[in-house]
Design a protein around this ligand. Structure first.
Ligand code: NAD
Ligand code: UFG
Length: 335
C-alpha cells in the first residue's frame, strides 16, 4: 500500500513509518518540521534500511499539498500533522485553529480531487472531556476544555459530515490515550524542546539530572494513592494500531471512532516507581498543587479496537519506561 503520512517526522509519525516500512508498505512523508527535524527521518531510514520520499511542506500551503498528490500514487493517508500542546493552545488559540483546521481542510480537498478517500486521523482522549466516568467508551458524549481539544472535536465532526455526504469515504478516528516510550533501538523517540509539559519526558530529565525534581500535580484525587491515573501506551503499540486501522479501512465505509489505549490505568506515583525499577535511576519528586484542567482518572475501554481492528497493546509499563530512558540516554541525557 502507498501511504501518505502527514506529520511523519513527529513522535508518533516516525514510529508508524518504521512499522509501515517493515511491513513492506511504501511511505511518503509530508512535514514542515514545526515540531520535529529531518534527523528523526534519518533514524527511520537507519532502523528500516529503506528510503522514501519526504516533502518539507506546510499543510496550510494548498499548492504544496497538491504537488505531493500529483507526484505520487497514494492509496491512503495517515494524518498526524497538527499542533498538540494543550497549554500553548490556550495562549495561542488562533494558531491552533488555523494550523489544525486549515491544514486538515486543505488535505481533505486535495484528497477528494485525487480520489483518495481512505484516512486515518489522530484524535485524542481529550475529546472525552471532564464529565465522563472511565473507562471511556467511544459512544460517550464528547466535550473539551481547550482550543487544542476543540480542533480535535471539530475535525472529527468535519470527517463525519464528509462521510455522510459521500459514502465512498472510509475514515478511522483514532483516539489516543497517553503515548510514551520509544523505538527499542533508541534511534527515534520523543524529544520536546525546553521544559517538558508531559509526565514521561519530565521524569526522564529528572532521572538524567537535567531537572532537579518532578512536581506531582495533586496528591488528593479520589484515586487509591491520591495521584492522577492515566492510560499510558507504548508508541510501538500505537504505531501497530495504525497498521491495523489501515487494513480495516479496506472493508468499511463511513467514519468510526476507535480508542487506542491499553485499558489499564496507572497513577503518577506508579509510573515513577515503574521507571525507577526499569532503569535503576532515582526520580526525585515532591507533591505539588493540582494542575488546572486535569481529571482524576482517564483510561480506555478497548473492546472496540479489539473487535474491529483485531488489535491490542502488548508492551508493559516497565518496557515503556525502559525505552523512554534508552532513547534519552542514547541522545545525550546526562548519566
Ligand atoms: P509531534 O508534534 O511529534 O508530530 C506532529 C508533526 O506534525 C510534527 O512533525 C510537526 O512538525 C508536523 N506538523 C504540524 N503542523 C504541520 C503543518 N501545518 N504542516 C506540516 N506538518 C505539520 O506530535 P505527535 O505526538 O507525534 O502527535 C501526532 C498527532 O497525534 C497529533 O495530531 C496530536 O495532536 C495527536 N495526539 C498526540 C498525543 C500525544 O500525547 N503525543 C495524544 C493524542 C493525540
Ligand atoms: N504530571 C505531573 N507532573 C508533571 C507532568 C504531568 O504530575 O510534571 C501528571 C499530570 O498531572 C497527569 C499525568 O501526569 O496527571 C499525565 O500528564 P501528561 O501531561 O503527561 O498527560 P495528560 O494526560 O495531561 O495529557 C495527555 C496529552 C494531551 C491530551 C490528554 C488527554 O498530552 O495531548 O492526554 O488525552 F489532550
Amino acid at each position: 500500500m502507498n501511504v501518505l503520512v502527514t506529520g511523519g517526522a513527529g513522535y508518533i509519525g516516525t514510529h508508524t513509518c518504521v512499522e509501515l516500512l517493515n511491513r513492506g508498505d511504501r511511505v511518503i512523508v509530508l512535514d514542515n518540521y514545526v515540531n520535529s527535524s529531518p534527523a528523526a527521518l534519518r533514524g527511520v531510514e537507519q532502523i528500516t534500511g529503506r528510503t522514501f520520499p519526504v516533502y518539507e511542506a506546510d499543510l496550510m500551503d494548498y499548492n504544496a499539498v497538491k504537488r505531493v498528490f500529483s507526484e505520487n500514487q497514494i492509496d491512503a493517508v495517515i494524518h498526524f500533522a497538527g499542533l498538540k500542546a494543550v497549554g500553548e493552545s490556550v495562549s495561542k488559540p488562533l494558531d491552533y485553529y488555523r494550523n489544525n483546521l486549515i491544514g486538515t481542510l486543505n488535505l481533505l480537498e486535495v484528497m477528494k480531487e485525487h480520489d483518495v478517500k481512505k484516512l486515518v486521523f489522530s484524535s485524542s482522549a481529550t475529546v472525552y472531556g471532564m464529565n465522563n466516568e472511565p473507562p471511556f467508551r467511544e459512544d460517550m458524549p464528547r466535550s473539551t476544555t481547550n482550543p487544542y481539544g476543540a480542533t480535535k472535536l471539530m475535525i472529527e465532526d468535519m470527517l463525519r459530515d464528509l462521510c455522510y455526504a459521500c459514502k465512498e469515504w472510509s475514515v478511522v478516528l483514532l483516539r489516543y490515550f497517553n503515548p510514551i516510550g520509544a523505538h527499542e533501538s533508541g534511534l527515534i523517540g520523543e524529544n520536546p524542546n525546553g521544559i517538558p509539559n508531559n509526565l514521561m519526558p519530565y521524569i526522564v530529565k529528572v532521572a538524567a539530572g537535567e531537572l532537579p525534581c518532578l512536581s506531582i500535580y495533586g496528591g488528593d484525587y479520589p484515586t487509591p494513592d491520591g495521584t492522577c491515573i492515566r492510560d499510558y501506551i507504548h508508541v510501538y503499540d500505537l504505531a501497530m494500531g495504525h497498521l491495523k486501522a489501515l487494513e480495516y479501512l479496506g472493508h468499511m465505509q463511513g467514519a468510526e471512532a476507535i480508542n487506542l489505549g491499553t485499558g489499564k490505568g496507572y497513577s503518577v506515583l506508579e509510573v515513577v516507581q515503574a521507571f525507577e525499577r526499569a532503569t535503576g535511576r532515582t526520580v526525585n519528586h515532591k507533591m505539588a498543587p493540582r494542575r488546572e484542567g486535569d481529571i482524576a482518572a482517564c483510561y480506555a475501554d478497548v473492546s472496540k479496537a479489539r473487535e474491529l481492528l483485531h488489535w491490542e497493546a502488548v508492551k508493559t509499563l516497565e518496557e515503556m519506561c525502559r525505552d523512554s530512558w534508552n532513547f534519552a540516554a542514547r541522545n545525550g541525557a546526562r548519566q
